[in-house]
Design a binder for this molecule. Structure first.
Ligand SMILES: Cc1cc2nc3c(=O)[nH]c(=O)nc-3n(C[C@H](O)[C@H](O)[C@H](O)COP(=O)(O)OP(=O)(O)OC[C@H]3O[C@@H](n4cnc5c(N)ncnc54)[C@H](O)[C@@H]3O)c2cc1C
Length: 490
C-alpha cells in the first residue's frame, strides 16, 4: 500500500511530510517509504502558511514557459502564503543544496524560471499592492503582482509607474529581474531604474530590505540580476502623474534608415512620451514596411497634444498616418485584445524562440538591414518585429547590459512557430545565435528574455566589467549556488 500524504516519504533525496503538502501521490510518483532515502527530511520544515504541491499538473506546468521549448521538471512547487514561507523553504533548500527557481508568470522563453529536480516558488500568491505612499511618489507591491494590477491601483490615485512593458500581465519580480523595457524607456529608463527599495530573500534564506543606500551591493546584484543572488518578494516602485488620455500615432515609412533616424530624433528630443516601432513584410515577403509608433500624454501629465508640433519635420508618408485618442489605461493594455485572439487561435502555446538584442546606435541600421534581409515571414510566423531606440544615459542599473552607445536600439524578432516542429525550432535558435554574434561583434548585447543559446563565457562577456561584482555577490548571498540555474550563468 502506498503511504498517505500524512506519512513521511522519500523521493530522489527529498523526504516529505504531508502536513504542508497537497496533491501528493506517492504511488504515482514512485516514492519510497520514509527512512529508506538518504535525502533531506521535509518533516523538519515548519508549518507553511501556503502550500507545497507535488501533483502532476503543477509539476508539468512548472516545466513549461512561454517559449514551449525547454522543459525541466521540479520536484515540488511552493505557493507561498507569506514571505516567511519563502524564507523557510529557501533555508531548507540551501541547507540541502536543492536548487530553487522563483517563477512569476512564466513568460520567459528558454527555461529561465525552471529547475530540474528542484523547487519552483510561484510568486503569484505574493501579490499584495500596498497603499500608495502619502506623498504619492511610490507604492510597494508584492513581487507576484502583475503590472496591470499595479497600474490600476496607482491610477486610482491619478498616478502611474513611469515605464511599462508592452504586455501588462507579467510579474513585477519577473520583469525587475531582467530590466523591463518599453516605449517610455527613452524617458525614464527601464522599469528596474524606477525602483527605490527591494525586499528580498537571499539564496542563504535571509530576508533583507535593500536600496541604493541600504545594502547597495545586494540591491545592485538583484536589480536586473536574473534571480542569481536573491528572490524579490516586494518592490517599492516610483510613481509619476498619470495622463487621463493619450494620443496614439502610427506613422508609416518605406525606408529603414529614415525610419530609424526619425525615431532617434524623437527620443533625443523627448518629443513624445512613448516611442516604439514595428517592421512587417510587404506582399512579396520582404521586411520593409516600417511603422513608427509614438504616443503623447495629455493632461494632467502633459499638454493637450498638438499634431503640428508633434509631427513637425518627420519624414513618414503623411497619407498613411493613423491617429487615435485613448484612455490611458486602454493604451497601456492595448495588447489585451490581440493576446485574447492569439489564445483563442491556440498560438499562445506555440514555441517562441525569441530573439531580443540591443544594438549600438551607430551600427543599428546596418545590422537591422542585414537581419531583416535574412528573415522570412515563415520564420517569423504570426509574431512581430520590434525596433526602437532608447537613451543609454537613462539606464542606471549596473547589471542591465546595454551597448556603450548613446542611443542603442532594441531589435526583437518575436517568432512564433509550431512546437512539434523541433527541427525548425532548432534552426531558429541557431539563427538567433548567429544574429547575436553579429550584434556582439559591433558591441551589441542580448536583452535576456529570449532564446539565444548562451554559454558561461557568454554570460561573463555579457556582464563585462560588472562580472566580478556579480560573482562576489553570488558568493556572499547565494553561497551554495541554489538560485535560478535555468539562466545558465553559474
Ligand atoms: C507576450 C510578452 C510580451 C513581453 N513584452 C515585453 C516588453 O514589452 N518589455 C520587456 O522588457 N519584456 C517583455 N517581455 C519579456 C518579459 O519581461 C520577461 O520574460 C519577464 O521576465 C517575464 O516576467 P514573468 O513574470 O513571466 O517572469 P518569469 O518568466 O516567471 O521569470 C523570468 C526570470 O526571472 C526570475 N524571477 C521571476 N520572479 C522573480 C523574483 N520574484 N525574484 C527574482 N527573480 C525572479 C525567474 O527565475 C526567471 O529567471 C515580454 C514577454 C512576453 C511573453
Amino acid at each position: 500500500m502506498p503511504r498517505t500524504p500524512s506519512r513521511r516519504t522519500v523521493l530522489r533525496g527529498l523526504t516529505v511530510t504531508g502536513a504542508a503538502v497537497t496533491g501528493f501521490d506517492p504511488a504515482a510518483r514512485g516514492w519510497a517509504a520514509s527512512g529508506t532515502g538518504s535525502g533531506p527530511d521535509l518533516a523538519r520544515i515548519p508549518r507553511l502558511d501556503g502550500t507545497l504541491v507535488m501533483d502532476d499538473p503543477s509539476l508539468t506546468a512548472a516545466a513549461e514557459d512561454y517559449g514551449h521549448i525547454v522543459h525541466r521538471r521540479p520536484v515540488a512547487v511552493l505557493r507561498p502564503g507569506s514571505v516567511r514561507d519563502v524564507v523557510v523553504m529557501v533555508r531548507f533548500c540551501n541547507e540541502h543544496r536543492v536548487r530553487v527557481a522563483p517563477r512569476g508568470q512564466g513568460h520567459a522563453t528558454s527555461g529561465q524560471a525552471q529547475v530540474q529536480g528542484g523547487l519552483v516558488i510561484e510568486t503569484a500568491t505574493l501579490a499584495d499592492i500596498g497603499p500608495v505612499a502619502p506623498d504619492a511618489t511610490t507604492v510597494t507591491v508584492g513581487a507576484g503582482a502583475r503590472w496591470s494590477e499595479v497600474a490600476k491601483a496607482a491610477l486610482a490615485h491619478g498616478r502611474t509607474p513611469p515605464v511599462f512593458t508592452d504586455y501588462l500581465e507579467l510579474s513585477v519580480g519577473g520583469t525587475l529581474s531582467v530590466g523591463g523595457l518599453g516605449g517610455q524607456t527613452h524617458r525614464h529608463g527601464a522599469q528596474v531604474d524606477n525602483v527605490t527599495e527591494l525586499q528580498v530573500v537571499t539564496g542563504a534564506g535571509e530576508f533583507v530590505r535593500c536600496s541604493p543606500s541600504r545594502h547597495p551591493d545586494l540591491f545592485h546584484a538583484v536589480s536586473a540580476g536574473l534571480g542569481q543572488c536573491a528572490i524579490v518578494v516586494a518592490a517599492t516602485v516610483r510613481l509619476v502623474r498619470a495622463p487621463e488620455t493619450v494620443r496614439h500615432y502610427l506613422l508609416p515609412y518605406d525606408d529603414l534608415e529614415t525610419f530609424l533616424a526619425d525615431q532617434r530624433t524623437l527620443v533625443e528630443e523627448g518629443r513624445f512620451d512613448y516611442v516604439e516601432g514595428l517592421v512587417s513584410a510587404d506582399p512579396g515577403g520582404a521586411f520593409r514596411v516600417f511603422t513608427l509608433e509614438a504616443v503623447a500624454y495629455g493632461p494632467p501629465a502633459g499638454p493637450a497634444p498638438d499634431d503640428t508640433l508633434l509631427l513637425r519635420g518627420l519624414r513618414h508618408d503623411p497619407s498613411g498616418v493613423e491617429k487615435t485618442d485613448l484612455a490611458y489605461y486602454d493604451f497601456l493594455d492595448r495588447l489585451a485584445p490581440t493576446v485574447a485572439e492569439l489564445k483563442e487561435a491556440g498560438l499562445w502555446t506555440y514555441a517562441h524562440p525569441w530573439l531580443n538584442l540591443l544594438l549600438p546606435g551607430d551600427s543599428a541600421a546596418a545590422l537591422t538591414a542585414r537581419m531583416l534581409a535574412d528573415l522570412t515571414p515563415a520564420d517569423l510566423g504570426p509574431g512581430v518585429v520590434l525596433v526602437y531606440p532608447i537613451l543609454r544615459e537613462r539606464l542606471t542599473t549596473p547589471l542591465f547590459s546595454a551597448p556603450d552607445d548613446p542611443v542603442p536600439y532594441l531589435f526583437a524578432v518575436l517568432r512564433t512557430t509550431p512546437p512539434e516542429d523541433t527541427a525548425t525550432v532548432d534552426r531558429l535558435l541557431t539563427a538567433n545565435r548567429e544574429a547575436y554574434d553579429a550584434a556582439a561583434a559591433t558591441g551589441g548585447t542580448q536583452y535576456p528574455v529570449g532564446s539565444i543559446p548562451f554559454t558561461h563565457a557568454d554570460w561573463r562577456a555579457h556582464f563585462g566589467a560588472e562580472w566580478p561584482r556579480l560573482e562576489a555577490a553570488k558568493r556572499t548571498y547565494d553561497p551554495r549556488r541554489i538560485l535560478v540555474p535555468g539562466q545558465g550563468i553559474f
